[in-house]
Design a protein around this ligand. Structure first.
Ligand SMILES: *Cc1c(COP(=O)(O)O)cnc(C)c1O
Length: 425
């Protein structure tokens, strides 16, 4: 809590619950990541973490490119001013329809997840008389003993198994496609710098080996990320003081052309870049005791934060009261949301002062995987407003809304303007 924190005043103006993002923090995160990575290298911002166009625009202004995986993320990136020719479109299950739209909007770089995906990317590009530049996502074995949530290395819907590529390299010759490189994303939210370095070093070695054995072009090597950030608990982003030297050394050894841009080295991050820029402010509606457990019922739950945890993975979240709240004795309580499901818990046995109806709480470090990673449509509460600050200036105030649109019976196309699902506020 800092002096002059405008949060309480913002809740007064825009209501509770409320997401508040700080562009200054986005900039600091970008600078920290830049400083940790080899030079030259490219940073892609993964919109999955938070597609808010003002955050994307801030990262773009600083030099990041956008990595998108859907029509919605593409729309956010374009709204943020990202040049379509610089985007990377990735993700499993890209449909012919969305690929055609992406190509039409000028997207030329894709990450291919399978031979079938590669063929569909090629067909979409070919249909528009252009060529798609593809990196092949690799499902590699990774470094032994690596830490974090592992995305690849065993059976996976993500990427090509290297052995499958090596068995049938001829299948990479696809009309409409030029294979320009490789894409790794072996882990997310790495536990420590050592594990992260080991994964990246292993990816570089695998890339060099695959280039040699496949004889493919390697103009772009996307090494993914795994850069960590605290989620819905107090804490600081880690710095990676040893990463740049370790990765630079391996690049020099395995891919000596990289300093001249052959290949261009790229990294991706979502949570590291925006995680600590955001907080969720919400209000205690009810405090009640049930069979020895105290519950604080909030006006915000897994419909606004941690929707993934609603599937049974309750992360250790914690909240703290806003300044100005007269500090009471700290109490231990379970933080429940307003949804009619026992899954709507944001924290178990959290100790915090100021627990009484009307108290405003804040969940820190929720700029990534907050609102859009949650169960927004479930039970029909309005979305929180999203406020973007530069310093103490509000530069954007918006509220996401779900719409129901009537469709034409013959064409399936929308026939009406969006009708907001009834909002009572
Ligand atoms: C989810 C994802 C990211 C972003 O992950 P963070 O942990 O938020 O940095 C980047 N690249 C790919 C391919 C992803 O699936």
């Amino acid at each position: 809590m800092t002096a002059g924190d405008p949060a309480a005043e913002l809740v007064g103006r825009y209501g509770s619950p409320l997401y508040v993002y700080d562009l200054g923090r986005v900039g600091r995160a970008y600078d920290d990541l830049r400083a940790a990575l080899p030079d030259p290298s490219r940073i892609y911002y993964s919109l999955k973490a938070n597609p808010h166009p003002r955050l994307v625009a801030e990262l773009r202004r600083r030099g990041a490119r956008a990595e998108v995986t859907s029509r919605g993320e593409l729309a956010s990136a374009l709204e943020a001013g990202c040049p379509p020719g610089e985007l990377l479109y990735s993700g499993p299950g890209k449909t012919p329809g969305e690929l055609g739209e992406a190509v039409l909007h000028g997207v030329r770089h894709f990450s291919a997840e399978s031979f079938g995906d590669l063929a569909r990317i090629g067909a979409a590009a070919d249909a528009h008389g252009v060529s798609a530049q593809c990196v092949l996502r690799i499902n590699a074995a990774g470094a032994p003993g690596g830490a974090g949530l592992r995305m690849t290395g065993t059976a996976s819907q993500f990427g090509f198994d290297p052995e499958a590529l090596l068995a049938e390299p001829g299948r990479l010759a696809v009309p409409g496609v030029r294979v320009i490189g490789l894409h790794f994303f072996p882990l997310t939210n790495a536990r420590d710098e050592e594990g992260l370095c080991a994964e990246i070093v292993q990816s570089i070695r695998t890339a060099a080996e695959l280039r040699r054995r496949l004889g493919t072009d390697l103009r772009l090597l996307d090494l993914g990320g795994g850069f960590a950030a605290p989620y819905a608990v107090p804490g600081e982003r880690p710095l990676y003081p040893g990463l740049r030297a370790a990765v630079t050394q391996e690049l020099d050894a395995s891919l000596p052309g990289w300093r001249a841009g052959l290949p261009v080295i790229a990294f991706e991050s979502g949570r590291y870049l925006v995680g600590d820029s955001g907080r969720l402010l919400c209000t205690v509606t009810d405090v009640k005791d049930s069979r020895g457990t105290r519950y604080a019922v909030l006006d915000s739950g897994i419909n606004h934060l941690g929707g993934l945890s609603g599937l049974g993975r309750l992360l250790p979240m914690s909240a703290r009261p806003l300044p100005g709240t007269v500090p009471d004795e700290p109490q231990r309580a379970t933080l429940a949301g307003p949804l009619c499901t026992p899954a709507d818990l944001l924290g178990r046995s959290v100790e915090l002062p100021g627990l009484r109806p009307g108290a405003v709480l804040e969940f820190p470090n929720v700029g990534a995987y907050g609102l859009t990673a949650s169960l927004l449509g479930f039970l029909g509460h309005p979305a929180p407003a999203e406020i973007v600050l530069r310093g103490t200036d509000v530069v954007s105030a918006t509220r996401l809304a779900l719409y129901r649109r009537e469709l034409d019976g013959a064409s399936g196309a929308p026939v009406t303007d969006p009708i907001p699902v009834k909002e009572l506020t």
